[in-house]
Design a protein around this ligand. Structure first.
Ligand code: PEP
Ligand code: MG
Length: 563
C-alpha cells in the first residue's frame, strides 16, 4: 500500500506480528535457487556407479556441515541442526535415490524424485511428520547444490545488521541466528505457531509472518519493521525510523529489568506461569520468573516411546517437574496424543482427518487404562513433593460426560480437576462445564483452529489461525465471564498468552492466569506493569465488535494508550 505524506512516499506491507519489536536496517533476501528440471537424459550404464558415489559424497557433505554447526550451537538450535543432518543420511531416503540412479536417473533428478516421494509420505502421516517436510526440502536443496558445485543455499551471510526476508525459513536456516546481525525477520508464509515464529520468539528477534506482499521489498532497501503492528515500511525518513527504534529500545530495557511476580501498574497481581515439557524445562522456568507451571505437556515426553511406560516409570518422569516447583502450582495436562502430537502407544495410526479424530481425551476414552495409569502416576509423583499444588487437566474435551468422567477419576486420587477449553462446544456449554470441574484453561491454539476451521499447521492460513480473530476473542471473553460468575479459575495457556498486548486484553477480560514459554514471561510482565487494570478492562471492551484481527489489535492499542 502506498502513502504520500509531506512529499515522502512510503510503501507498507502488512503481515501477522508474532514477536514484538521495532528494527530498521537494509533488507536481505533469502532465496532458494530455482529447481532444476524434473527430467534429464538417462545415464549410461557405465556412469551410474560414479553417479551414486557423487550422491553419497554430496549427502555426506551436507550432513557433515550440519553436524558441525550442531556441535557449535547449543540448546534448541543444536537439536534442530542434528535432526536435519540425520535426514541427510536417512537410509530409506538414500536407498530410494540410489535405486533411481542405478536405473539411470541422474543424481539431481533422483534426489528430487526421492524427496517428492518422502514428502508425500510425511504429508499423509500428518502432524510432526508433516512438519519434517520443510527439513526434507532443505536437505534436498543443499544436496542438489553440492551436486551442481554450487554453495549451499541458506540465509545470506552478512557483516552488518539486516532485516531477514524469506518466503519461508527452514529450521536449519534459523537455528543459531545471531540477533545482533539479523535484527528482524519477515516471511511470506508461516503462522504464529510455525517453526520460524518459535525460533524467533526464543531468540527474541522481532518477527512478522504471512506478509503476502513481501516481494515488494527489494533486496538492500532500508526497511522499518514494526512487529507490534505487523508492518514493514519502505521509504521512511531515517530520523523518524531511528527514533522509533530508540523508543522500542526503552521497551526492551524495561523487559530486561523486569522481575516478577507480575503486577499491573496499579498493583493488581497477574499470575504468570510457564509451559514446560520436562524437568529441565521446569527448572529453567523456576530459575526465570515463572510463578509455577500452567501447562505441563506430558505427551511430549513420549513422542518416541513405542510401549506405554509403567506407572512407576511415568511417575519418575513427572516428579522432576514437581521438584522444580516445591511450593507452587503445577498444572499437568494428561496425554494430548494424536494429530500434531502422535504418541506411538496411544495414537490410532490411520485417520483420515487426525485433527478432528481420536486425539486428546478421546484417545484415553478408547483405552481407559491409559488415563487411569497416568493419573495414578501423577498422584504417585505428587506424593513425593507434598508442597507442590498439583492440578490435572484433560485436553480436547468436547462433551459434559467426558468432563464428569475425568473429574471423577482425578478427585478419586485427591487431584484438582480441570479441562482445556479448545473446542467451541466447550465454550457453548461453559456454564455447565464449570459446574463440573474445578478450573479451566483455554488452549487458544486449538480453540482458534477449531473456531476458524483453519489447520494450525498450515503455512497459508495465518490470518485465520490468529487468536486476535474477533470470534475467538468472543469465546475467550465468554469463558472468562462465566469463570468470574462461578468463581472458578480460568487460565490461558495457548500462544495467545505470550503476546504482551493480548495478555493485557485477557487480563481485562478476567482471565486468572497466563501460561507461556518461559522466555515470553518478561515481555508480558513488563507490558502489564505499564497499564492499569482499568485500562486492561477498557481494552477488553474495545476489542468487542472488531471486524478483523488487525482492527482488534488497533482497538486494544488505542484503549491501552499505546497507539
Ligand atoms: C493449545 O491448543 O492452545 C494448547 C496450549 O495446546 P497445544 O498447543 O499443546 O495443542
Ligand atoms: Mg491444544
Amino acid at each position: 500500500m502506498n502513502d504520500t505524506h509531506e512529499s515522502v512516499t512510503t510503501t507498507t506491507v502488512y503481515g501477522t506480528p508474532v514477536v514484538p519489536g521495532v528494527a530498521y536496517a537494509p533488507a536481505a533476501w533469502t532465496r532458494r535457487p530455482p529447481m532444476p528440471p524434473q527430467t534429464a537424459p538417462e545415464l549410461a550404464e557405465a556412469e551410474r556407479a560414479d553417479a551414486v558415489k557423487d550422491f553419497d559424497t554430496a549427502t555426506q557433505a551436507v550432513a557433515d556441515g550440519l553436524f558441525q554447526r550442531a556441535s557449535a550451537a547449543d540448546g534448541h538450535a543444536a537439536e534442530v541442526l542434528t535432526v536435519t543432518a540425520s535426514l541427510a543420511t536417512d537410509r530409506a531416503w538414500k536407498r530410494e535415490a540410489t535405486g533411481r540412479i542405478l536405473k539411470g536417473t541422474p543424481p539431481v533428478q533422483a534426489t528430487m524424485a526421492a524427496t517428492a516421494k518422502f514428502i508425500s509420505l510425511f504429508e499423509k502421516a500428518g502432524g510432526l511428520m508433516e512438519e519434517r517436510t520443510t527439513d526434507l526440502r532443505d536437505v534436498r536443496d543443499r544436496v542438489i547444490a553440492h551436486l551442481q558445485g554450487q554453495p549451499e543455499p541458506g540465509i545470506p551471510v552478512v557483516d552488518h545488521p539486516v532485516v531477514l526476508l524469506a518466503d519461508d525459513l527452514s529450521p536449519a536456516d534459523t537455528a543459531g541466528l545471531r540477533p545482533e546481525l539479523y535484527v528482524a525477520i519477515a516471511t511470506q508464509v508461516g503462522g504464529p505457531t510455525s517453526h520460524t515464529s518459535i525460533i524467533a520468539r526464543q531468540l527474541g528477534i522481532p518477527c512478522i509472518v504471512a506478509a503476502r506482499e513481501l516481494a515488494e521489498i527489494p533486496d538492500g532497501a532500508p526497511v522499518l519493521v514494526d512487529a507490534h503492528e505487523g508492518t514493514l515500511t519502505l521509504g521512511v525518513d531515517e530520523g523518524d525510523a531511528l527514533a522509533a527504534v530508540a523508543e522500542d529500545a526503552q521497551r526492551v530495557a524495561l523487559i530486561r529489568q523486569w522481575r516478577g511476580p507480575a503486577r499491573t501498574a496499579d498493583g493488581v497481581p497477574v499470575q504468570l506461569l510457564a509451559n514446560v515439557q520436562d524437568g529441565a524445562g521446569a527448572r529453567a522456568a523456576a530459575e526465570g520468573q515463572a510463578e509455577g507451571v500452567g501447562l505441563f505437556r506430558t505427551e511430549l515426553l513420549f513422542l518416541d516411546t513405542p510401549v506405554e511406560p509403567s506407572v512407576e516409570s511415568q511417575a519418575d518422569s513427572y516428579a522432576p517437574v514437581f521438584q522444580a516447583f516445591p511450593t507452587s502450582k503445577v498444572v499437568v495436562r494428561t496425554l494430548d496424543a494424536g494429530s500434531d502430537k502422535p504418541v506411538p502407544f496411544a495414537t490410532l495410526s490411520e485417520e483420515f482427518n487426525p485433527a478432528l479424530g481420536v486425539r486428546g481425551i478421546r484417545t484415553t476414552g478408547h483405552n481407559e487404562a491409559l488415563l487411569i495409569n497416568q493419573l495414578d502416576a501423577v498422584a504417585e509423583a505428587a506424593k513425593t513433593q507434598p508442597g507442590t499444588d498439583v492440578w490435572v487437566m484433560a485436553p480436547m474435551v468436547s462433551t459434559l460426560p467426558e468432563a464428569e468422567w475425568f473429574t471423577g477419576l482425578a478427585h478419586d486420587r485427591g487431584l484438582k480437576a480441570g479441562i482445556m477449553i479448545e473446542v467451541p462446544s466447550a465454550v457453548i456449554l461453559i456454564d455447565q462445564f464449570l459446574q463440573i470441574v474445578d478450573f479451566v484453561s483455554i488452549g487458544t491454539n486449538d480453540l482458534t483452529q477449531y473456531t476458524m476451521a483453519a489447520d494450525r499447521m498450515s503455512p497459508h492460513l495465518a490470518e485465520y489461525t490468529d487468536p486476535w480473530q474477533p470470534a475467538v476473542l468472543e469465546l475467550i471473553a465468554r469463558t472468562a465471564r462465566e469463570g468470574l460468575h462461578q468463581d472458578k479459575p480460568v487460565g490461558v495457556c495457548g500462544e495467545a498468552a505470550a503476546d504482551p498486548l493480548l495478555a493485557c486484553v485477557l487480563t481485562g477480560m478476567g482471565i486468572t492466569s497466563l501460561s507461556m514459554a518461559t522466555n515470553a514471561i518478561p515481555p508480558v510482565g513488563a507490558q502489564l506493569s505499564q497499564v492499569t487494570l482499568e485500562q486492561c478492562r477498557s481494552a477488553a471492551t474495545a476489542v468487542h465488535g472488531a471486524r478483523d484481527a488487525k482492527d482488534a489489535r488497533n482497538r486494544a492499542r488505542g484503549a491501552l494508550g499505546l497507539a
